[in-house]
Design a binder for this molecule. Sequence first.
Ligand code: FES
Length: 476
Amino acid sequence: MPVMFINDQPVDTGEHRTVLQVALANGFYVPHFCWHPELSIVGNCRVCVVEQEGRGVGIACNMPVAEGLRIQTESEPVRAQRKAMLQFILLNHPVDCGICDKAGECTLQDYHYAYNGAPALSHEPKLHSTKFFPLSERIILDNERCILCSRCVRFTREISKSNVLGMEQRGDGMRVRPVEDRTLDDDPYSDNVIDLCPVGALLSRSFQYQARVWYLEPTASVCPGCARGCTVQLWHRRHEWRLKGLDGSHNERILRVTPLENPRVNGAWICNKGRDLGALFGRPRAGQALLKGRPVLLAEAIDAARRLVRGAGRRVALVSSWGSNEELRAFRNALADRFTSFVKADHRPGEGEVVEDDLLIRADKNPNTHAAQALFGNAPADIPDDTELVLVWGEGADFSTLPRGAKIVHLGAWLQPENGYADVFIPISIQTERHGHYTSFEGVVSAFEPCQRRPEGVIDAETLFPLLAAPPGSDT
Ligand code: FES
């Protein structure tokens, strides 16, 4: 491999093709706006300048590596050029960081402090542009903050391939706009441009003005929206910044979802359905155990379920494809020999939802079908008429199709009318309240962590299954 020198240190260029890649891979930070590892190189922001011995400054993102190349990343000419570029980029920028959702994560803010830190040299009034341009139902564009790096445009051309965005006009009138009569609503991956935007120009409508990012922290999780198993970060309030005077639910809410980069599964991206997990996990929870709709203590419901498991003749279980690997194993170890088990699709494609594509989205809208079918097979549910007990775990079962005479034990997490229809209803925890793993359709196992408290009266399915296998009257 060729060896080059960065700040007089010899570095192996490895597989990298540009100076910027080599520098970043070897711990020499070079600022950059328009360059992104997953996108083509355009070289239009000019802040990634470095000095090449004997040849002056040039942009590192498009500078090929070569044997013996000598580069300085922080020399006086380099810092002077970066300062000049930041003065230029900020010429018409509103510098409204105090009300900008990107504050705290904005590289323009960081680079300004690192390389410029000076008031504007220009005495001309700033030119104004469009504020709050509705790019889609999900995204607002602030053209005054946009630095025209074109990352968003390249994303729609090279990754999502919706080709929705382009640039119009020239000079200081240049703006990002949807192409002709297209809209970013047509792109099921559109929200990735919010993360890609290095400044606060592209904003999520659902997250706008909800929280300053320094009050939040991410929890690693897995999107349960389909069998791909994209890894995500669920953002919620930090413990030390919990609100005391307002509705406590603000402290529990998932305020935004971003990709957790994972080369084996989803790369740097997730689809818009994954961005909406806050709403999915924020649905009204079931927290009350029921016997035929009558509220009872959890222990009483567990004991009633035990009696049914012991006393019934033919027993069938509809196993959840949202159960974690740990829960599925717990069910197999404790109860599988007492039931004929079928794996059920808890969720199916919703109206208007993209069913499948060749980027990330899978037709199976459940996160753990792979692991469930590995344990319980993939036969379609076939419930004989003489079945005496049906155990329904999770969502997606049509209760009207179950045998009329069968008793029903339902393990569910959400407030739903059928909870009161079951002979025994036991409320169970959801993914955001416990540790666990899902196995993607490709067999990749990914972990999720808890970020919300399990409500009173709710039990983890992994704990519940051994309890159901115990004799009636045993401790719970
Ligand atoms: Fe190199 Fe923008 S990152 S020119």
